[in-house]
Design a protein around this ligand. Structure first.
Ligand code: DGT
Ligand code: CA
Ligand code: CA
Ligand code: ZN
Length: 589
């Protein structure tokens, strides 16, 4: 049996480096040293090739940005799974202190103060000192700050047992691979919210068809990286991974498999409606089968032919409903009348807009990003580095943007069948005006407009602010509409339907920000947007070559939002996309 999760992954190595950086911050170490760890983490994470194997083989010499000290540490990590230097740092602080970095509004300075003055070492400690007034007395805090911290804490708490797609995807793949490769398993699938493409999940649900459930269960509970076996039964087991993620496994027979898969995929709401439909046609449907309620009724014999989920839907006179659509939001009615959309697929994407480079806060150069996009089979790469008001992200001023534009034009001269589109992620200022004037914007190939500050405006003001940007003739698309960071920061107050209306009226594309942290605009709004005629662009918002692959998450959410290839502009090939970028700006001329 192939053991999943059995060795340190690149992501885990990167996390160790990043955590070291944070401990060094808390110790007030020299910023250059801290930066070396953060850069190292970025390099490990985005390395193309097997960095873990390289580290294990002591072959990191020559990898740019990884100095000798880091090489040794990575070697130790890759070969032993542990790092003494890291363990020593950890021992100097309370076990949960790094979780404080997850609180919006807390940086290392404030965390140091809280720790040194009040002994705060966990989220629970932080809550206590905010509630009892001790925190407000610290210099640099005050009533307003502590109120905000409490708000951020309660948001974190309400999502404490959820996981983002980027945290789950590799694990789901690994465990599914293990199950599929198991000699006693004939069919295996992920079910539950992960299969439905939800933006966050509570746990992972696996399903296998097997005639030897006991052996599969035994191997499942012995996977590496398990913290605790929550239950091991004949047909169901649950484990808790070290990351805190729970994984459930159910075993059924091959005949039961389609019914169990349909049932455990959910959603509960979809299942309730489907079961109701079965009943109204004289069937009873559950996780084990679909049977005529009246056993003597022979017209139901066709049921014996159910071998996959599509057969179940067919028996209920429905087109096959893709898992992403199973939320009981109209999919059953659409399946009945043959009106389900042909959902977009990841492989339909031809290019990617909204990407960052070292010109602002990205980790790779224009050339490196272009090379990575080409390796992914993309025909075009839209660059949109930050604008000057995003100084924390090293935003470009007019002069630097013009210089970057010239560099992009020069690079384009050498490509064949590939193009970089020069753009900007221009800040929408507090009053809805933009960080650059229209003259400069008109020189670019496209413009993404985004909110990066003044998040606390009242809803009406925020909505007006964004609509003003939508109305600008040079704003091609609106970036991350609600500003949310999944599990960490709620969206700012904004009237999304009004935004959708304005986008429709002005021919402004709305971004589906594909970063697993954002997935913004939320899938629940896309059906409405599509009905109003708003186009979508699935944008990775990549800050590194590997970030480009976040379109994987974006495509899942686009499917969940009922979108087809025709709704998503970056499914258009080079040669056709140019006209779309020009439509709006040419309208007024
Ligand atoms: P989550 O919260 O992200 O884990 O979401 P799900 O949908 O994966 O929920 P989970 O893991 O509790 O259950 C997996 C599926 O099993 C769920 O989507 C539908 C099905 N299911 C679970 N409990 C019930 C139930 O009480 N009634 C029905 N009809 N279906 C259920
Ligand atoms: Ca689940
Ligand atoms: Ca579950
Ligand atoms: Zn942004």
């Amino acid at each position: 049996m192939r053991l999943p999760l059995s060795r340190m992954t690149a992501d885990q190595m990167a996390e160790v480096l990043r955590n070291i950086g944070r401990y060094l911050e808390l110790k007030g170490e020299n910023p250059f040293k801290i930066r070396a760890y953060n850069t190292g983490a970025e390099i490990v994470e985005t390395f193309s090739g097997d960095i873990v194997a390289k580290a294990a083989a002591n072959e990191l010499a020559g990898v740019k940005g990884i100095g000798e000290a880091l090489q040794q540490k990575l070697h130790e990590l890759a070969t032993t799974g542990k790092l003494e230097f890291y363990e020593k740092l950890r021992a100097e602080f309370p076990a949960d202190i790094l979780s404080l970095f997850d609180v919006t509004g807390l940086g290392s300075k404030k965390i140091i103060a809280l720790h040194q003055m009040l002994g705060v070492g966990s989220l629970a400690d932080l809550k206590r000192v905010c509630e009892n007034g001790e925190a407000a007395k610290l210099s640099g805090f005050g009533e307003k700050t502590t109120a905000k911290l409490l708000e951020a804490l309660s948001f974190l708490e309400s999502h404490a047992h959820e996981f983002r797609q980027d945290q789950v995807a590799p694990i789901a793949d690994d465990i599914l691979g293990m199950l599929q490769g198991h000699p006693d398993v004939s069919r295996a699938s992920v079910a539950g919210s992960w299969r439905r493409g939800k933006e966050t999940v509570h746990d992972l649900d696996f399903l296998v068809a097997t005639r030897n459930a006991a052996s599969v269960m035994e191997d499942f509970v012995q996977m590496p990286l398990i913290k605790q076996v929550l239950g091991q039964g004949e047909t169901k087991s649950s484990v808790l991974l070290e990351s805190g993620l729970q994984c459930d496994l159910r075993a059924v027979t091959n005949e039961q498999f389609p019914f169990a898969l349909q049932y455990f995929t959910g959603s509960k709401e979809h299942n309730v409606a489907i079961r109701q439909r079965a009943l109204s046609r004289g069937y009873s449907l559950n996780e084990y089968g679909l049977k005529p309620v009246d056993e003597t009724n022979h017209k139901h014999n066709a049921l014996e032919a159910v071998t996959d989920e599509a057969d179940i839907y067919r028996a209920l006179e429905l087109d096959y409903i893709e898992p992403e659509l199973r939320e009981n939001t109209g999919e059953i009615e659409a399946a009945e009348r043959g009106g389900l959309p042909a959902l977009i697929q990841l492989s339909n994407l031809r290019g990617v807009f909204h990407n960052h480079t070292t010109w602002s806060d990205g980790s790779a150069s224009l050339e490196q990003m272009a090379e990575a996009a080409q390796e992914l089979g993309m025909q075009y790469l839209g660059i949109a580095d930050h604008s000057k008001s995003s100084f924390q992200a090293n935003g470009l001023d007019e002069a630097r943007l013009r210089k970057q534009l010239a560099e992009i034009r020069a690079l384009n001269a050498d490509f064949e069948g590939f193009r970089i589109f020069a753009g900007s992620e221009v800040d929408i200022l507090k009053d809805g005006s933009l960080d650059f004037d229209d003259d400069l914007l008109s020189e670019l190939d496209y413009v993404v407009a985004s909110v990066h500050n003044s998040f606390t405006l009242p809803e009406a003001e925020m909505t007006k602010r964004i609509i003003r940007a939508i109305e600008n003739p040079y704003v091609t698309m609106l970036g991350h509409v609600t500003g949310r960071l999944l599990l960490q920061r709620p969206s700012y107050a904004v009237n999304v339907p009004a935004i959708i209306d304005a986008a429709a009226a002005n021919g402004t594309i709305i971004e589906l920000n594909a970063s697993a942290w954002r997935l913004d605009m939320d899938w629940r709004w896309w059906k409405l947007a599509k009905e109003k005629g708003v186009k979508c662009s699935i944008n990775p918002d990549a800050h590194s070559p590997r970030g480009l692959q976040d379109v994987f998450y974006g495509a899942r959410i686009a499917r969940k939002g009922w979108l087809t290839k025709a709704d998503v502009v970056n499914c258009l090939p080079l040669g056709k996309i140019e006209a779309v970028l020009k439509t709006k700006r040419n309208k007024g001329k």
